[in-house]
Design a protein around this ligand. Structure first.
Ligand SMILES: Cc1cc2nc3c(=O)[nH]c(=O)nc-3n(C[C@H](O)[C@H](O)[C@H](O)COP(=O)(O)OP(=O)(O)OC[C@H]3O[C@@H](n4cnc5c(N)ncnc54)[C@H](O)[C@@H]3O)c2cc1C
Length: 328
């Protein structure tokens, strides 16, 4: 394929994977980011970042599962610190029906008993009688993965420019990965606020994300590197980036405490909110307009979907091939 001059706009998870994938394909890639500080304005810094093609089936189309399974392979191949240890879905005995409902709406799991839960997560021994184990799922720690992807991209020759908001006029292709900022062009893009807390303790060890089902507050705990845990996340139809309410903070922190009382002694590192870019159907899209390709609407699944979307975009640039469910 002839080398093309490509500018990727936006250094969130979507832009990073695109820059990397297109550079790997042999193109001359520039990555521009409007913020002068890396990741400071990116929704991607707030994510879990679970790689859950099956658990996320609950609220999305089968397309996300298929793209997500491909993305898991790409994470595994690219990022040595990908934690592909599966994930657990649990419920208190009184919320057993939630577990049954979740099992009906998802694939890729096995029903496990208390002994198996203890074997997988010894710190949860004796706390839950039954759960669902999604063996193929994974997660990464964003604060490690984002800089890693950036370094990999630079190593592949990507020219990274910070503090650049304008679109270039000398590129063969412009790949727009500006997340919610692309609302100036994509009128049906909306923001969905997600609040989360980050805590630290060495008193609890988990090897995989744990989702706690609850009729009103289904939340999750993701074990990050350095004894940190992400507790997430609310889902509010709002583009407000402001502080987290007391009610949300209580719900988030209570979830961790309910999972294990030792979280009660954890240090609170951060309680904050990000705004996810979403289309009305909550599905991602790759939109081709002349020499521009807009990749957006990654919603709850930016980490899960970005590698596979970047691969599809690179294939389109090289071969003109489109994926009917993703491209428009
Ligand atoms: C609380 C929470 C938990 C989440 N958990 C998960 C999870 O567990 N798993 C998962 O897969 N996903 C998760 N997500 C979703 C995920 O974070 C998003 O889907 C993803 O971050 C969207 O990435 P993006 O690159 O499209 O946008 P962003 O990360 O917002 O990146 C866009 C970038 O473009 C830049 N930009 C803006 N304007 C310009 C311009 N003019 N020129 C150049 N650059 C510009 C911005 O500064 C920003 O850096 C979660 C989100 C939240 C809020």
């Amino acid at each position: 394929m002839p080398q093309r001059k490509i500018t990727v706009r936006g250094a969130g998870i979507c832009g990073l994977w695109h820059a990397l994938m297109l550079a790997k394909a042999g193109h001359d890639v520039t990555l521009t980011e409007s913020s002068t500080e890396l990741f400071a304005e990116a929704c991607s810094q707030y994510a879990g970042a679970m790689l859950s093609p099956f658990c996320e089936e609950e609220g999305t189309e089968p397309l996300n599962r298929d793209l997500g399974l491909r993305a898991l392979d790409l994470w595994r191949e690219t990022y040595p610190r990908s934690d592909i240890n599966g994930s657990l879905v649990l419920a208190q005995a009184r919320d057993r029906r939630e577990l049954d409902r979740f099992a009906r709406m998802t694939e890729g799991h096995e029903r496990i008993d208390g002994d198996k839960i203890s074997e997988l997560e010894p710190d949860l021994a004796g706390r839950y009688e039954t759960g669902l184990y999604f063996a193929q799922e994974g997660h990464v720690t964003p604060q490690d993965a984002l800089p890693f992807l950036l370094d990999q991209a630079k190593g592949m020759g990507v020219n990274v420019q910070l503090g650049v908001a304008d679109a270039p006029d000398d590129a063969d292709w412009v790949i727009d990965c500006r997340g919610l900022a692309a609302r100036d062009t994509l009128k049906d893009l909306r923001g969905v606020r997600g609040e989360r807390a980050v805590i630290r303790t060495s008193e609890v060890k988990l090897s995989r994300p744990v989702r706690l089902l609850h009729p009103r507050f289904p939340l999750y705990v993701v074990p990050w590197s350095d004894d940190r845990f992400l507790i997430g996340a609310t889902q509010i139809e709002s583009e407000e980036t402001g502080p987290v309410t007391v009610r949300s903070a209580l719900e988030l922190l209570s979830t961790a405490y309910a999972l294990h009382p030792a979280f009660g002694e954890a240090e609170i590192l951060d309680v904050s909110a990000g705004v996810r870019p979403a289309f009305p159907d909550n599905q991602p899209r790759v939109i081709v307009r002349n020499d521009r390709i807009l990749v957006n609407g990654l919603y709850r699944n930016g980490y899960l979907l970005a590698p596979a979307l970047a691969e599809l975009t690179a294939r389109f640039v090289d071969e003109g091939v489109t994926h009917p469910e993703v491209f428009s």
